[in-house]
Design a protein around this ligand. Structure first.
Ligand code: ADP
Ligand code: ADP
Length: 226
C-alpha cells in the first residue's frame, strides 16, 4: 500500500487549454479518494497520469514516497480496474484472475494460493471454472477486481467502473466495492461523474472543474454545504 502525492501536476495536450491545470493533492495510505466532476474536467487524464499511461507535462507524481514521473506503468505496481472489465473471453475465471501472476512467471503453488485467497474474498469460489460470458455483470466486475487484488498492488484505480451497469447492479456493486476496499484497506482512487457514487463510496471527494481542483472534502462536508 502507498500514499499518492501530486505536486503541481499539469497536462497539456497540444497547444490548447491545459486538461489538468496545477493540481496538488495528497491521498493517504489506505484512503479511498473520489475524483468527480463534469465530462471533460480532466478526471481520466489525472488518473492516467497516476498509472503512467499519460506523460506529465510538469509537476511531480510521488507514489509511496518515490517520484514516479519517469517510471513505466508496469514498474508502478498499481492496479487499474476498467469500465469494460478487460477480461479474456477464452480463459476461465481462475485464469483471468491468475493472468498477471502468470505474466510475472510466479510459481504455480503461489498462483493457486493467491487466486484462492482472492476468490474467497470476492465470493467467486464456485465460479472459478466458468468463462466470462457465463457470468453476470457483477461477477465479471469482481473477476476484474480479483485480478487487481492478486497482484497485491500499491493502489487500486477505478475509471467509471459501474457506468455500463443497470441501476440495480450499480447499487450492489457500490456496496461491494466499498466493503472490499475497507476489508483490504488499499489506497483507492475512483473516477466518476455519478453524484451518488461520489457521496457514498469514498473517504474524501475531490471535485474537479476545468482541470483545476475546486474543492476537497468528506462526503459529509459536501452534503452539509448550503
Ligand atoms: P470520458 O469523457 O469518459 O473521459 P472521452 O470520450 O472524453 O471519455 O475520451 C475517450 C478517449 O478519447 C480517451 O482515451 C481520451 O484520452 C481520448 N480523447 C478525449 N478527448 C480527446 C481529444 N480532444 N483528442 C484526442 N483524444 C481525445
Ligand atoms: P474527463 O475524464 O473528466 O471527462 P478527460 O481527462 O477525458 O476528462 O479530458 C480532459 C480534457 O482533455 C478534455 O478537454 C479532453 O477533450 C482533453 N483530452 C483528453 N484526452 C486527450 C487527448 N488524448 N488528446 C487531446 N485532448 C485530450
Amino acid at each position: 500500500m502507498a500514499s499518492i502525492e501530486m505536486r503541481n501536476i499539469v497536462k497539456q495536450y497540444g497547444d490548447g487549454f491545459p486538461a489538468v491545470n496545477d493540481v496538488s493533492l495528497d491521498i493517504a495510505d489506505g484512503e479511498f479518494m473520489i475524483l468527480v466532476g463534469p465530462s471533460g474536467c480532466g478526471k481520466s487524464t489525472l488518473l492516467r497520469m497516476i498509472v503512467g499511461l499519460e506523460d506529465i507535462t510538469s509537476g511531480d507524481m510521488i507514489i509511496g514516497g518515490k517520484r514516479v514521473n519517469d517510471l513505466a506503468p508496469r514498474d508502478r505496481n498499481l492496479s487499474m480496474v476498467f469500465q469494460n472489465y478487460a477480461l479474456y473471453p477464452h480463459m476461465t475465471v481462475y485464469e483471468n484472475i491468475a493472468f498477471p501472476l502468470r505474466l510475472a512467471k510466479m510459481p504455480d503453488d503461489e498462483v493457486r494460493r493467491r487466486v484462492t485467497e482472492a476468490s474467497d474474498v470476492l465470493e467467486l469460489k464456485d465460479h472459478l471454472e466458468r468463462k466470462p460470458a457465463n457470468l453476470s455483470g457483477g461477477q465479471r466486475q469482481r473477476v476484474a477486481m480479483g485480478r487487481a487484488i492478486v497482484r497485491q498492488a500499491e493502489a487500486f484505480l477505478f475509471d467509471e467502473p459501474l457506468s455500463n451497469l443497470d441501476a440495480k447492479l450499480r447499487g450492489q456493486m457500490r456496496t461491494e466495492i466499498s466493503r472490499l476496499q475497507r476489508r483490504l484497506g488499499i489506497t483507492t482512487v475512483y473516477v466518476t461523474h455519478d453524484q451518488t457514487e461520489a457521496m457514498t463510496l469514498g473517504d474524501r471527494v475531490c471535485v474537479l472543474r476545468k482541470g483545476k481542483i475546486q474543492q476537497v472534502a468528506s462526503p459529509r462536508e459536501l452534503y452539509e454545504q448550503p
